[in-house]
Design a protein around this ligand. Structure first.
Ligand code: ZN
Ligand code: ZN
Length: 427
């Protein structure tokens, strides 16, 4: 064998590693699962250059090119970095689902290699340099990638919002593209120059007339027009979310891929921002009335988007005090947990001290569902758990959640174990 080391070999290896990470340990050249059953086939595939990609379709392009045998098709390191940084971890891939028996293949720490790539990423140019700088946004992603190691429910939510895309900037490293889609509030169609369209076609609308009463080009005029623009976009985004397909338009387009759950509208101006930047925006939002900004901004603003299951205003107030994290997002999308919340609220929701209790109970149950989902891929909602067939899964999940030690027969967190004994019965 006379294989020479080339730069392309490194890229091919990286391609394999990325595929590993994206698919929870699937080798692109493997013939069987686990591939240790037939190492020879792996070797032959590698030599012949035949590989099967099990990652998502949008990721297959770049990985396919990275693994490709021909030198011409091989992407440059910059290209790879740019494409790969836009990926998010995908635990629930469409390929083989028997994750339980290929645990042995997981040799690489996903966080490390991905965040390494981040640090080398080149500076991107954005559509609106006046807003938050890129550095911050990048940090958000790095944080997000590190977090994915914890297997949050991001993926489940993404499944339910799979058809929803977020419009990205069309900038290339060498060229800026000045194209932003804006939606007209009145005819709900996209326009490149929506302000011009509004002024020409909808002069008769009250809000437009109000704006045009001010001198054109004045601060007040553009302020009122931007309010109408934002509202048009917001209505479009809401209809995309309830239809679960289409393209959301954020205030500021990113050059990297983010999922629809990463964006939330501002409570005052209704423009969509990356949710971790929302607090920063709200400090200088032009439409914000005087006075302090609300705490838990993200949860508060998340109620602006249409919910999967409607909740009463009282329960909404209670949910608003939760931190907007993976668990809260799951609480909001889990009908059974919400209806349990409604029932608890009817019973003693007015009493202040019971509110924290209700929040804890809902979060506890949601965490149980999340843990159970790690053990059993069929479990997505609480309703999947409360069947006799899943009794063992619940038991295992509770044990895992409360740190049950088989040797000493003791729980690390006994209080949670006790509480969890009662919660499922209430449902
Ligand atoms: Zn129109
Ligand atoms: Zn705002």
């Amino acid at each position: 064998m006379q294989y020479k080391y080339k730069k392309e070999s490194d890229i091919q290896t990286t391609g394999c590693l990325v595929h590993y990470i994206l698919t929870d340990g699937e080798h692109p050249y493997q013939a069987t699962t686990p591939y240790s059953n037939d190492p020879l086939a792996l070797f032959q595939n590698l030599r012949a250059g035949t590989f099967t990609l099990k990652c998502e379709e949008r990721q297959q392009g770049i990985i396919g090119r990275m693994l490709c045998k021909s030198t011409e098709a091989c992407p440059t390191i910059e290209e790879c970095l740019q494409a790969i940084t836009s990926f998010t971890h995908q635990a629930d891939h469409n390929g083989v689902t028997n994750n339980s028996n290929n645990n042995g293949n997981k040799e690489i720490e996903p966080q490390i290699s991905l965040s390494l790539d981040m640090s080398e990423e080149e500076e991107d140019i954005d559509d609106e340099p006046t807003e938050v700088d890129d550095e911050v946004a990048k940090k958000v992603i790095t944080k997000k990638v590190v977090k994915t190691g914890m297997k949050t429910d991001e993926n489940v939510l993404e499944c339910s919002l799979k058809g929803v895309k977020v419009k990205m900037s069309s900038n290339t490293p060498h060229k800026r593209v000045y194209y932003k889609k804006n939606y007209c509030l009145y005819c709900e169609k996209p326009f490149g120059k929506v302000t011009r369209h509004l002024m020409r076609k909808h002069q008769d609308e009250v809000d437009i007339a109000k704006a045009l009463a001010h001198k054109q080009g004045s601060t007040m005029c553009s302020f009122l027009l931007s309010k109408i623009r934002n509202k048009g976009k917001y209505i479009h985004n809401c209809s995309v979310k309830s239809a679960r397909q289409g393209q959301m338009v954020p205030k500021r387009q990113t050059t990297y891929l983010l999922s629809a759950t990463d964006f939330l509208p501002c409570y005052f101006c209704l423009a969509m921002y990356i949710r971790t930047d929302l607090w920063r925006h709200q400090r200088r939002c032009k439409l914000r009335p005087d006075g302090p900004v609300k705490r838990k901004v993200q949860t508060y603003c998340s109620f602006l988007l249409p919910m999967d299951h409607p909740v009463s205003d009282g329960l909404k107030k209670i949910l608003e005090d939760m931190t907007y994290d993976a668990v809260t997002r799951r609480v909001k999308s889990n009908q059974l947990i919400l209806s349990l919340g409604e029932r608890m609220f009817l019973k003693n929701g007015e009493v202040g001290c019971h509110r924290a209790d209700m929040r804890n109970k809902m979060r506890e149950l949601t965490r149980l569902v999340l843990v159970a989902r790690d053990l059993d891929k069929d479990t997505v909602f609480l309703k999947d758990l409360i069947t006799p067939a899943k009794f063992n899964t619940v038991l295992a999940a509770v044990k895992k959640m409360t740190g049950f030690d088989h040797l000493t027969n003791r729980f690390a967190v006994p209080s949670t174990a006790l509480k969890l004994r009662h919660s499922p019965m209430k449902v």
